[in-house]
Write a protein of this length. Sequence first.
Length: 94
Amino acid sequence: MQRMIVNLLLAAATALSAKELVWDKDSLVLIREGGNYGRMMRVDADTLLCSFELSGSVCARRSTDEGQTWHSEVLIAASQHGATAIPFVLRLKS
């Protein structure tokens, strides 16, 4: 996680000085080909959760190694009457 934060801070600093965003391509990991509108959150000290839109449905994958690898995706929501997009993740106290 610290590496990801450092990479984001470095990218932000580069963006501010050069007016463009430059990513460290060595740190990029494709979570799901074809996935859109991804959102990520830390669930606990060992788990990241990424939710994303895929073909009109909402899916999620989790990582327990700081995002280096991802478990199989889980279908969260789907509708027969249209897309179920904007896959935000909320963390509840319970």
